[in-house]
Design a protein around this ligand. Structure first.
Ligand code: MG
Length: 389
């Protein structure tokens, strides 16, 4: 039974002054949409994750979600949320989906338990939405005037992920193209389906206003309070060649670097630093030099996998710092290109990547120009209680 999660991110509501749609704004160094997608991608009950994005956001999407494995290529959404969801559903027509969860990217705090309940409710009822009780008393207001009370026992606030049998919700969306509903439960009800409810979560907030951002920042800071520091070190010898791969950038040089892969000491040190921070082996245990598939491999594969392992555990990479040691080539002219390459591979902002260089005063093997060394530090923020053996 195939379970699909559609994550809707096609809206353009931008945070004042940034010009960037809110779902691409960072929380704890990682885009809101990346938090949302990763929650579904790592859930064992979800087989496929399909993002729906605005056509102008393709490059931003790729930048913000690099390092999240297991998500399908994004589908371009429409002018309304409802149209975007329908396009996502249509795009999944050949995937054999039985249960679909539809989630707003602007709710980054969706939990494993909430996803479990959504799948169970859709399996049992065919259509179900998460709701939470309202704690404040409710009143009707017209022209700023109180016009009467609403019994709060009869109403609930509705959230996402909403969950459905795929065929039923696709048919409901096709039958509602002249309407403009703001949630899929309303689309299902319009088609005559009975929509069950299940428990949402107060923490599953939708980020809309600047105040929401502040609350979300505080919430995620508390959630990702398990701060880990890892370090990595690597050496490769110079050999014949006319360029080296260094920190993800092709740098012309009168020699090459010798190694089983592309011998990028910078990316290797960073990969080990991240693996160290999550106490999960080292580059050699994940990518054994004895395995011919890594011969000549581009080292961004190793670094991206380390970033994926962090995301899989619900963590974020807060900062990376790299020091390259050698007499030549000069790193300064390439520094920003290296920072951008590293940031792009792991999917964090460039402002969270430092690249530095030093000579060793002509001492030792680097001083004798026999090779290059690199040392890296990774700061990783993990959720508490996420200890994996
Ligand atoms: Mg190496």
């Amino acid at each position: 039974m195939t379970h699909l999660a559609i994550v809707v991110a096609a809206g353009r509501g931008s945070r004042a002054g940034t010009g960037r749609a809110k779902q691409y704004m960072p929380l704890a160094g990682r885009a809101i949409i990346a938090h949302s997608l990763a929650s579904f991608a790592r859930h064992p009950g979800i087989d496929l994750v399909l993002p729906v994005i605005h056509p102008d956001d393709a490059a931003l999407f790729a930048e913000c979600t690099a390092g999240i494995a297991g998500i399908l290529d994004p589908v371009v959404g429409g002018a309304t949320r409802q149209e975007s969801v329908r396009r996502g559903l249509e795009a999944a027509a050949s995937l054999g989906v039985e249960i679909v969860l539809i989630h707003d990217a602007a709710r980054p705090f969706v939990t494993t338990g909430l996803i479990d309940r959504a799948i169970a409710a859709a399996t049992a009822h065919g259509a179900a939405v998460p709701v939470i009780p309202l704690v404040d008393s409710l009143v009707m207001v017209v022209d700023d005037e109180r016009r009467g009370s609403v019994d709060r026992e009869t109403v609930r606030a509705v959230q996402t992920p909403q969950a459905f049998r795929y065929d039923a919700i696709l048919a409901a969306h096709r039958a509602a193209t002249d309407e403009n509903f703001t949630d899929d439960g309303a689309v299902a009800a319009h088609a005559g389906l009975t929509v069950a409810t299940f428990s949402g979560e107060a923490g599953n907030m939708k980020i809309t206003t600047a105040e929401d951002f502040a609350r979300a920042d505080a919430a995620i800071a508390a959630q990702l309070g398990d701060i880990r520091i890892g370090n990595g070190f690597d050496v490769h010898a110079f050999g014949p060649g006319d360029h080296i791969m260094l920190a993800g950038v092709r740098v012309p040089h009168e020699q090459g670097l010798v190694g089983h892969s592309d011998a990028d000491v910078g990316l290797h040190a960073l990969t080990d630093a991240i693996l160290g921070a999550i106490a999960h082996g080292d580059i050699g245990s994940h990518f054994p030099p004895s395995d011919p598939q890594w011969k000549g491999a581009a080292s961004h594969i190793f670094l991206r996998e380390a970033a994926r392992l962090v995301a899989e555990r619900g963590g974020v990479i807060a900062h990376l710092d790299l020091t390259i040691m050698g007499e030549a080539p000069k790193v300064g002219p390439w520094r920003d290109a290296m920072r951008e390459a590293i940031a792009g591979i792991v999917g964090i902002p460039v402002s969270r990547v430092g690249v530095k260089a030093t000579t060793t005063e002509r001492l030792g093997f680097t001083g004798r120009r026999e090779g290059l060394a690199a040392q890296a530090t990774a700061t990783v923020r993990m959720p508490f209680g996420n200890d994996v053996p």
